[in-house]
Ligand binder design. Structure first.
Ligand code: CTP
Length: 381
């Protein structure tokens, strides 16, 4: 029995990147051998085990055979006679198909290390085609390593896979898993250019009409994404901003907080840019629409999202003007939020209860006090 470090951990180490999850492959063993040594079996579809002390994943070397469409349509075969090379050849990219033994020696039958040095994404074998998730993986790796280019033969394969409809078999949860990783990577825009370049985007997001994929929209998307880093945008903010330009939510299985942020940004962006004009009840009700009084942290996130957004209708000058306007508006609305929050709503509620008021009336009393405070603050401006 021999154990090797494989996949992302070896790749990242060769790239001089920090700690990554360690995946191990075990050659020459049976499931019983591992269980006997204290490993815990966890694999649903194929034999994967957790190490008794480190809890790292150990998979028995295996081969795969495609039996049906989609990412689940595989039959796996694992037995002690499967060699390391047989396990490596079933993997997606050469940079992910390098193994390292206990002496630190690399086993690199597909020249993954030279592809790392030359910054090239290259598929290991035609079996790449059997798993459409790999298109998404490649796109999100491109977002993570934006200086890498795609080998010509791999680009051709990606295009073929899209034409042949493999992408249609992807389930929305899996698509989101990969897209969300790409959104948090170094250059999320690159993920979209890879997906567009091979035709996967057009198949995945059929609801987005071609006119929204024109140069103007793509530039706006890029300019918006370029602002993410500066404001350290969260996943929800990134998603909301992108969804404003390209409504990708319709086809994805997106977590609630991302959808809520996207809806909130869509609903409030225009008013946010002009919040300086809001007065009295309008101002209070806008703060309530933004949920700025109940969820101040999320309101701050919303403001970050608005700050990132560059609309396709704006040229460079226009977007500078909008940003300046937004800065003033943000400053104003944040001040007004503070004023409204400074009203002691607990004390008002207590008094109202003493007077025998019912829930709706208590809410109204708090609103009245906030309104008064906002009007007083407006007068001072
Ligand atoms: N792999 C593959 N095809 C897939 C998924 C995984 O070939 N559809 C292989 C690759 O060799 C990959 C390894 O399994 O390196 C581990 O996969 P995973 O942990 O999902 O990804 P990593 O490459 O480790 O990337 P990350 O650092 O993002 O986890």
């Amino acid at each position: 029995m021999k154990t090797y470090l494989v996949g992302g951990a070896v790749r990242d180490e060769l790239m001089g990147l920090g700690d990554s999850d360690k995946d191990w492959v075990v050659v020459g063993a049976t499931p019983e051998d591992l269980i006997f040594q204290g490993f815990t079996p966890v694999g649903k579809d194929f034999p994967v085990f957790l190490h008794p002390e480190t809890s790292e994943e150990y998979a028995l070397a295996r081969t795969e055979r495609k039996t049906a469409r989609g990412y689940k349509g595989f039959v796996f075969h694992a037995d002690p006679s499967i060699t390391l090379e047989e396990d490596l050849v079933r993997r997606d990219l050469t940079i992910n198909a390098i193994a390292k033994d206990e002496h630190g020696t690399l086993i690199d039958p597909f020249d993954g290390n030279s592809d790392i040095q030359n910054k090239i994404f290259r598929h290991v074998s035609p079996a790449f085609k059997e798993d459409p998730v790999r298109i998404l993986r490649l796109a999100r790796f491109a977002a993570r390593f934006p200086e890498f280019t795609i080998a010509t033969e791999t680009q051709i394969l990606l295009e073929q896979m899209c034409e042949e409809g493999e992408v249609d078999a992807l389930v929305s949860e899996r698509v989101w898993q990969e897209i969300s990783k790409g959104l948090m990577a170094e250059s999320p825009y690159r993920m979209f250019t890879v997906l567009l370049g091979c035709g996967a985007f057009q198949k995945l997001f059929k609801n987005i009409e071609p006119k929204y994929l024109d140069e103007r929209h793509q530039e706006a998307l890029k300019a918006s994404i370029d602002r993410f880093k500066e404001v350290r945008a969260s996943l929800a903010v990134r998603f909301a901003v992108i969804n404003y330009i390209w409504p990708i939510a319709q086809t994805l299985r997106v977590p609630k907080e991302c959808i809520e942020m996207a809806d909130l940004l869509a609903k409030t962006y225009t008013t946010l840019c002009n919040s300086i004009q809001l007065k009295g009840e309008e101002l209070l009700s806008f703060l309530q629409v933004c949920d700025a009084l109940r969820r101040p942290d999320r309101f701050d996130e919303l403001l970050l999202g608005a700050r990132c957004l560059v609309l396709p209708t704006h040229d460079k000058e226009g977007s500078k003007v909008v940003l300046e306007k937004l800065d003033t508006s943000t400053h104003h609305i944040k001040h007004m939020q503070k004023v409204a929050l400074s009203v002691d709503h607990k004390e008002i509620a207590l008094q109202a209860i003493k007077q025998g008021l019912v829930a709706v009336q208590i809410g109204e009393a708090i609103d009245q006090a906030r309104l008064k405070a906002l009007e007083a603050a407006m007068k001072k401006l």
